[in-house]
Write a protein that binds this ligand. Structure first.
Ligand SMILES: NC(=O)c1ccc[n+]([C@@H]2O[C@H](COP(=O)([O-])OP(=O)(O)OC[C@H]3O[C@@H](n4cnc5c(N)ncnc54)[C@H](O)[C@@H]3O)[C@@H](O)[C@H]2O)c1
Length: 390
């Protein structure tokens, strides 16, 4: 029996919960969860009790006990913690967004009104610092972008690779009625709004598919070249009429964003992300190729439709992410984690770390994603002008 790989989790919130659950589903590689640390002693103790893992009162102690440090803390913490863990000789798993720009450390920093070019430069440097720390320690960065592991995206990757198709245009979306993490909505913790918090998912999937197309054709990934973008704060409009269904308590971020990306071969992708969509999470990517067209539906899907006229019948039944009501017909998710690619993601991470190969979601994908999004913020600041992606 191989030695288990020890994983320590940083953060005790929403992401920590599903990371732990999916790490426990990994097969063929023995995985042991060493424990959790988080900012608040109460939350880490409660998490540790609920999941029967250890609670560590410092990041250093968690690192000491782990082979892999899994960052499920707010985006503003990712670079510092990843560099520190890598420096201590640990592999890291870094949640999305990989990194970003989080201001000057003062409470009065407002991301929406701050200059975006320095943010882009800082973000690229931040990615490089993390990659350099990995190179120096000989350890691996796993970028926790689950969308690229979703079965619908993986099937399209196979179709593109085996059919030799050329992707001409992609259109993708992640939206729902608003993120509930208290850190989201404040640029100094989240590094931006809908574009960076949600748009990262369909964007990474689009980047992976164009990579796959180029790699299958001549061994060269097709990279993103330019972006034009718009962002808006719709729930902040004087005329916005709040019916109470959408989250509105954002400080200095956009709640709607769109990016028009051109790739090095001149083909395009349009990515939408918002906090304005009712009816549960809306996750999809459509691919228009020269020899096929594919609709990758991540959520909702039609595998299970269920109806209730009762306010109470489904009280204890989980149906699907961010659904506002269970009344009437619902597109319930029979296995949401699988649809979203979570078990496949952690399987790939654990296999890659024990075999020494790169994970599919690696630091390079993270850097392309971050560069595209922060170039999009520069474009939005210029009213949608085309900006080169560094
Ligand atoms: N891939 C996905 O589908 C997905 C979904 C949700 C969140 N996320 C990402 O996961 C990360 C966490 O988001 P969340 O929704 O779990 O947030 P959350 O607010 O639910 O939890 C954040 C946790 O981090 C802890 N924390 C804060 N600062 C810390 C620090 N300096 N050191 C250690 N712990 C600290 C908090 O105490 C809390 O336990 C974010 O990067 C977010 O974008 C990814």
């Amino acid at each position: 029996m191989a030695e288990p790989i020890h994983v320590g989790i940083v953060g005790a919130g929403f992401a920590a919960r599903f990371h732990l659950h999916n790490l426990r589903l990994v097969h063929g590689v023995p995985v042991e969860i060493t424990g959790v640390t988080s900012r608040s002693p109460e939350s880490r103790a409660a998490f540790a009790r609920e999941h029967s893992v250890g609670a560590f009162d410092s990041f250093e102690a968690l690192c000491e006990a782990s082979d892999v440090v899994d960052l499920c803390s707010p985006p503003s913490t990712h670079e510092q913690l990843a560099v520190e863990a890598l420096g201590r000789g640990k592999h890291v798993i870094v949640e999305k967004p990989f990194t970003g720009y989080f201001g000057t450390g003062t409470d009065d920093f407002r991301g929406n009104t701050s200059a975006k070019e320095p943010m882009l430069r800082h973000t690229i440097e931040s990615c490089r610092r993390m990659e350099e720390a990995a190179r120096a320690s000989g350890k691996t960065i796993c970028y926790a972008e689950n969308w690229i592991y979703a079965p619908a995206i993986q099937k399209e990757r196979e179709i593109v690779t085996k059919s030799g198709g050329q992707i001409l245009w992609m259109m993708g979306n992640q939206s729902h009625s608003g993120s509930h993490s208290p850190y989201y909505g404040q640029w100094r913790f989240s590094g931006g709004g809908s574009l960076v918090g949600k748009g990262c998912h369909p964007l990474s999937a689009a980047l992976v598919l164009k990579r796959a197309e180029g790699s299958a054709r001549d061994g060269k990934a097709i990279r993103p070249a330019t972006v034009s973008a718009r962002t808006h704060a719709i729930t902040k409009l004087c005329g916005f009429r709040d019916e109470g269904f959408l989250r509105t308590a954002y400080q200095d971020i956009e709640d709607y964003g769109q990016m028009h990306i051109t790739f090095a071969d001149g083909t395009v992708a349009d990515i939408f992300a918002s906090e304005l969509v009712l009816g549960g999470v809306s996750n999809w990517l459509e691919v228009m190729a020269n020899n096929h067209r594919t609709r990758c539906q991540l959520n909702p899907i039609d595998a299970l439709e269920t109806f209730t006229p009762s306010q109470d019948a489904f009280r204890d039944v989980y149906l699907t992410e961010k659904i506002e009501t269970k009344l009437g017909w619902s597109h319930a998710a029979p296995d949401e984690a699988w649809q979203h690619g979570y078990p496949q993601e952690f399987q790939d991470f654990m296999e890659s770390l024990t075999s020494g190969r790169e994970p599919l979601a690696n630091a390079e994908l993270a850097r392309d994603t971050m560069a595209t999004i922060y170039a999009a913020y520069v474009s939005a600041e210029r009213g949608g002008a085309e900006v080169e992606i560094p």
